[in-house]
Design a protein around this ligand. Structure first.
Ligand SMILES: [Ca+2]
Ligand SMILES: [Ca+2]
Length: 252
């Protein structure tokens, strides 16, 4: 059984460690080890990057609580991003439907986007130009392209994450099998195999990570709260331990 270095993770995310995030735009520190990405106002964009880079040569799992708002008709959503953009901790993408990560269309290189990168978007507003269904959804993105052909929505036509609850978000990376795995509230919402080090980051193994979010004509309060970052202690060939049963917890 794989063993996660919990003491190591605790040393990373201690009570003051949320101060170790670099904030851009409308992002602000909140109480309770949380960071607000956007207030519930139109045309806002906020980004938070953790100051210590991720090591892609090691197995890791990142766990956060994420809040997408209380208005089902709100917008636009949050992305979890891993990048090596030359702008470093100042990198940002386009507002509105691009959630502070991507650009208006795959070929709109004139617009701001974060690249090279991968991201997982939690999208709360339909934008036909980006291939969105009418309900909320999760999608895997690369290199600042917000447009996507596939998504996850739990097979629900009324899937909604702007429900005034915190949602359990987990992202894991296994360098041996080159597998990305994303969970939301205990359900696997994305798995994929990708040679991140070579195919995305051109050999770089230390990369920046964080969250981006924005609003547009519609808005929501959007934030995340620190929980855990754990690196594997000793690699072996056994499958990663399954998560315990998860429950969302109601916010204040
Ligand atoms: Ca919704
Ligand atoms: Ca959208």
């Amino acid at each position: 059984m794989r063993c996660l270095l919990l003491f190591f993770s605790l040393s990373i995310f201690s009570s003051s460690s949320y101060a170790q995030f670099e904030l851009i735009g409308d992002a602000e520190f909140m109480s309770g080890n949380c960071i607000r990405l956007t207030p519930d106002y139109q045309y806002r964009e906020g980004i938070a990057y953790y100051q210590a880079k991720l090591d892609l040569t090691r197995f890791f799992e990142i766990t956060f609580d994420v809040f997408f708002g209380a208005k089902d008709e709100g917008a636009d959503g949050i992305t979890f991003v891993i990048h090596d953009d030359p702008r470093g901790y100042s990198a940002y993408g386009t507002w509105g439907e691009c959630m502070g990560y991507g650009r208006w269309s795959p070929s709109a290189y004139w617009a701001n986007s974060i690249t090279p990168s991968i991201a997982v978007e939690f999208d709360t507003y339909q934008n036909l130009q980006q291939g969105d269904p009418w309900h909320d959804h999760v999608a895997y993105l690369e290199n600042g392209v917000s447009y996507h052909k596939s998504y996850w929505s739990n097979d629900q036509d009324d899937f909604n994450i702007e429900d005034n609850f915190l949602h359990d978000f987990r992202f894991s990376w296994d360098p041996e099998t080159q597998t990305i795995r994303v969970k939301l509230d205990g359900k696997t919402v994305y798995t994929g195999q990708r040679d991140l080090i070579n195919d995305i980051f051109k050999g770089k193994t230390e990369v920046i990570w964080g969250f981006t979010a924005s609003t547009g004509r519609k808005s929501n309060l959007q934030y995340f709260c620190l929980r855990n970052l754990a690196y594997e202690n000793t690699p072996d060939n056994s499958p990663f331990t399954e998560d315990p049963a998860l429950n969302t917890s109601k916010t204040e």
